[in-house]
Design a protein around this ligand. Structure first.
Ligand code: FE2
Ligand code: FE2
Length: 199
């Protein structure tokens, strides 16, 4: 069944014919990535080093910083403003879901990090509320940009707090193996979430 799903995805994406190889490979490897996350094998000593959860999160944070910076520099109800809003909405949703599952849930198991983890998850809800407010506001109104700038302020604060404070504590709680396994799981989940959202 799983195999058939991968196969049909591949055939649909590539149309069974000419190259379009990148699309096929990308969609297919994201699906396969989800499977490998379920039966992940601990990394053995001497194997090639992969990225850590901190590097994975920071890379995605940089995507968010670029998107929010572009968003607050848009004017009026333009196609660019709508596109960037849709992109950052999907990005924040996918990032928070993957980060909560593969970073904050493990951190909630330790007394040293449980409070920070809860605080960050609460901030994800605050960011969601700004996104909802923006959806309910006329894109052409001055109030829209005021709210977008509030979102920018809260988001930049959130990312900095994670990178400066949470990462430091998490570095003491997670083993080297954990840091690499969580990066793989986070990256796989992020791809899955983005596919599901359709971004
Ligand atoms: Fe984050
Ligand atoms: Fe976060």
């Amino acid at each position: 069944m799983q195999h058939d799903q991968h196969r049909s995805l591949y055939l649909r994406a590539g149309d069974g014919a000419e190259p379009q190889g990148l699309i096929s490979i990308s969609a297919n490897s994201a699906k396969l990535g989800m499977c490998s996350a379920i039966s992940v094998v601990p990394i053995q000593h001497g194997e090639e080093r992969t990225m850590t959860i901190f590097e994975a999160l920071r890379a995605d944070h940089d995507v968010q910083r670029a998107l929010i910076n572009d968003l607050v520099n848009t004017e009026g109800d333009s196609a660019t403003r709508r596109r960037l809003f849709d992109e950052i909405k999907a990005e924040l949703q996918a990032h928070a879901a993957a980060e909560e599952r593969h970073f904050y849930v493990p951190l909630m198991a330790s007394d040293m990090t449980i409070e920070k983890a809860r605080h960050s998850v609460a901030e994800h809800h605050e960011l969601d509320e700004f996104i909802e407010q923006l959806e309910e506001t006329e894109f052409s109104s001055p109030g829209w940009l005021v709210t977008a700038k509030k979102l920018e302020h809260r988001l930049l604060h959130h990312l900095e707090e994670e990178e400066r404070e949470v990462f430091q504590l998490a570095g003491k709680v997670l083993s080297e193996n954990d840091k690499e396994l969580l990066a793989k799981r986070f990256n796989n989940e992020l791809k899955e979430q983005k596919l599901a959202i359709g971004s």
